[in-house]
Design a protein around this ligand. Structure first.
Ligand SMILES: C[S@@+](CC[C@H](N)C(=O)[O-])C[C@H]1O[C@@H](n2cnc3c(N)ncnc32)[C@H](O)[C@@H]1O
Length: 208
């Protein structure tokens, strides 16, 4: 178990509470940054959003062919209720993703997921991504991170996250590089209304 659902974290398992929390801390700015700089949606783009939660990212991805998966049945039920007309949503763990079932996709998104999963499960995600991405496709990730230059307040907030696998940027990158030769990493300290540090990665599959 690489995420905690005990104590105060338990209420975040309720989709409406999770989304209210995301709005309060200003997560839409992270979503906009991820979409504009990394996903770059175009009509018909085949997108797989792994660890999609209650599915709100889909509102930022007009016109794409979207599939979301998440281990939480409650999140997926909420996503289907609110966004079922825009995409498909399935319950599933990362470790059960099957390249053969997924088929070919152009962009895989893992937003705030890697810091919730252990190394074995993360490697499964990178390998599935490497197998299923079309030539020129990419896996884009964003996660909480520990960096030497983050503020003490950001370190405190990040340490209280539900995710139990929060890493340094170089550790996220080292995992990605076991499956991808081309990995771009960017660290941001300024995206939320609260002190927080994010690391973005774009892992590209070369054009052949
Ligand atoms: C911080 S939330 C992010 C949700 C959504 N991507 C967003 O940014 O709003 C992390 C999500 O990862 C999901 N998750 C955690 N471990 C998982 C696993 N092993 N397999 C699939 N989903 C997982 C959780 O249920 C949760 O929805």
């Amino acid at each position: 178990m690489a995420q905690t659902t005990r104590g105060l974290h338990a209420v975040l398992s309720v989709p409406a509470v999770y989304e209210a929390f995301q709005q309060a801390v200003g997560s839409s700015r992270v979503r906009k940054e991820l979409v504009a700089q990394y996903v770059k949606p175009t009509p018909g783009l085949r997108v797989l959003d792994v660890g999609c939660g209650p599915g709100d990212l889909i509102e930022h991805l007009p016109g794409v062919r979207y599939t979301g998966t998440d281990l939480s049945a409650a999140y997926v039920a909420s996503a289907r209720r609110r966004f079922g007309h825009l995409g498909r949503f399935y319950v599933g763990r990362v470790q059960d993703l099957d390249s053969g079932e997924i088929g070919e996709v152009d962009v895989i998104i893992a937003k705030s997921l890697l810091h919730h999963i252990d190394e074995d499960e993360a490697m499964h995600l990178f390998e599935v991504a490497s197998n299923t991405l079309a030539n020129g496709g990419r896996l884009v990730t964003v996660d909480a991170a520990y960096t030497s230059d983050m503020s003490p307040a950001a370190r405190f907030v990040v340490s209280r996250d539900r995710g139990q696998s929060i890493r340094a940027p170089e550790d996220y990158e080292a995992l990605a590089r076991r499956a991808f030769g081309d990995v771009e990493v960017a660290v941001r300290h300024d995206l939320l209304r609260i002190p927080y540090t994010h690391v973005f990665m774009s892992c590209s599959k070369p054009l052949r």
